[in-house]
Structure formats: structure tokens, C-alpha cells
Design a protein around this ligand. Structure first.
Ligand code: BG6
Length: 274
């Protein structure tokens, strides 16, 4: 990639990354996992959070940014959250227009499935994950664009968009209905599995709100590890839980998709400040 495309090669820790810069935004995307590490609309703060303790190793996932969890979510298979976030992706093409840069990665073949990832860096960040079943049997797909957002103080933010949505509290496998906005004051790990809704993170210390719009998804995961779990994770600083929240665009729980032979499904997340 040359300077005049606005896409340059670089490194983050010891991993190769693509640095994207155009008149709308800048972003950093690691080839390890086709993983967006940073996204800053022009003149704005980074929407994404990245742990200072993150691994940067070929056989470990990156902690922060947008892990691509595929073709299963969580512990539905081994390794946890699938194989895509550990795969070394290759850039196929960069489509550059004024204020918009679309990175298209070479498809990743895993058994009978292929995953295709495209990342568009513009006044919005768009991540598209398309799965195609090239086999002869149905495949039960679960997945996530597991976005970690940077917040000023977890105890002062609100997440809206999920009022009256049903969720599974993953911490004790119970079902509930959301009442009003989400506020976080303890370990939180929830799957809202009947909702196409756009969510908004309101953070009073930051003038603008983070919007999380989606397509191909009827489920959203909200996660913050809080104190005890943070201490248990080697790749997560003990106090870092105060500055992040995950609001993940997923196909999880009741929103798992059965992909028939020859069929495709695209999961899209669209992030922007407004
Ligand atoms: C979330 C899950 O999506 O990812 C949590 O709901 C999990 O249960 C978190 O702890 C982080 O997973 P990992 O594998 O990246 O540590």
C-alpha cells in the first residue's frame, strides 16, 4: 500500500497493522483477526478501547477493539469465540474514495465455511462479516463483532435502545426484561436476544454519543467484567474495567442462525458519534 491510498503498513506491538487515514477518519486494523484496534472520526476521540495488557501473539486474541468472533460465539466450541480472531488475515483490496476507505480481506476458509470481512473507515465505521456455507449440511452459526468502547467512567454512562428487550443474564442463566436504560455497577454479562435495535452509549464527560447500529442481527451482548473478573484475566488490567464497555453486535442465544448449504449470511455493525 502506498501513501496516496491513505493505507499504510505499520506495527502495533509486534503485530502487523494497516493504518488508514482519510478526510473523515483514521483507523488501525490488525491482520491478526482482521481486528479493528482503533477508530477516530476526524477531530474526535477514539471510539474503541484497547487494553494495555492485551496479548499481541499469533495464538492469542487481542483484548479490545473489535474481535471477530466466528463461527461460534462464546464457549459453543473450542477455542472460545471461534477461530477467526486467531487467524492471520490477508488484505485483498482497498477501495479509496474521498472520505471513505474500504478494506476487503481475502476470505478465510474454515471447514466448509468461508468468512469474508470488509471494514469501511468513513464518518461511520462499518464492519461486515459474511459467512457462506459451501458444504452439504446445515451449519449452526453464532458470531459476534465484539466491540469494546472507550468510556470516561463506567459508573457514569447509560446505554439506551434496549428498554423492554428480553435478555439472558449469562452470570446465572436467568431471563429478564430490561427496564429503561442500562447502568453498570457490577459484573454484567447479558445477551439481549430478540432485538434489532440501535444502541446509544451516553457518556456525560464526552459531548457526543456513541451509536451502535446493526444489520443481520437480532441479538446484542453487553459486557463489563468489573473487579474480580478483571483481576482473573491476564490480558486485562485490574482497573481497566472502569474505562470500557462492550456492546456487541451478535448472532447469539435465540438468534443463532442455521445456514443451509449454499446460503450466505452477513452480520454488520455500524459505529458513529452523533
Ligand atoms: C463476552 C462474553 O462476549 O466476551 C463474556 O459475553 C466473555 O462471557 C467476554 O467473558 C470476553 O471473552 P474472551 O474470550 O475474549 O475473554
Amino acid at each position: 500500500m502506498s501513501e496516496n491510498t491513505g493505507v499504510t503498513m505499520g506495527t502495533w506491538k509486534n503485530l502487523p497493522v494497516l493504518n488508514v487515514k482519510n478526510e473523515s477518519a483514521e483507523a488501525v486494523i490488525a491482520l491478526h483477526g482482521a481486528h479493528v484496534l482503533s477508530y477516530k472520526p476526524a477531530g474526535e476521540r477514539d471510539l474503541l478501547w484497547l487494553s494495555e495488557k492485551s496479548w499481541a501473539e499469533a495464538d492469542q486474541p487481542i483484548r479490545g477493539g473489535i474481535p471477530v468472533c466466528w463461527p461460534w460465539f462464546g464457549s459453543a466450541g473450542d477455542p472460545k469465540h471461534g477461530v477467526a480472531r486467531l487467524y492471520n488475515w490477508t488484505l485483498k483490496d482497498a477501495v479509496c474514495k474521498p472520505g471513505s476507505t474500504k478494506l476487503i480481506f481475502e476470505p478465510f476458509q474454515w471447514n466448509d465455511l468461508t468468512a469474508s470481512v470488509a471494514v469501511t473507515v468513513a464518518d461511520k465505521l462499518v464492519v461486515e462479516l459474511t459467512t457462506e456455507n459451501r458444504g452439504k449440511a446445515d451449519f449452526r452459526l453464532s458470531e459476534a463483532l465484539h466491540s469494546y468502547f472507550a468510556v470516561s467512567d463506567i459508573s457514569k454512562i447509560e446505554i439506551s435502545g434496549l428498554d423492554r428487550a428480553e435478555f439472558i443474564d449469562t452470570l446465572n442463566s436467568t431471563r429478564h426484561i430490561q427496564e429503561g436504560v442500562i447502568r453498570i455497577g457490577a459484573e454484567t454479562d447479558r445477551i439481549y436476544d430478540h432485538t434489532p435495535a440501535e444502541c446509544v452509549i451516553s457518556d456525560p464527560a464526552f459531548a457526543k454519543k456513541i451509536h451502535i447500529r446493526k444489520d443481520g442481527s437480532m441479538s446484542t451482548v453487553v459486557w463489563n467484567p468489573w473487579i474480580a473478573k478483571s483481576k482473573m484475566m491476564p490480558d486485562f488490567g485490574d482497573d481497566e474495567y472502569t474505562g470500557m464497555v462492550c456492546v456487541e453486535t451478535t448472532n447469539a442465544a435465540n438468534d443463532t442462525r442455521t445456514l443451509a448449504p449454499g446460503k450466505k449470511h452477513t452480520l454488520t455493525t455500524i459505529l458513529f458519534l452523533a
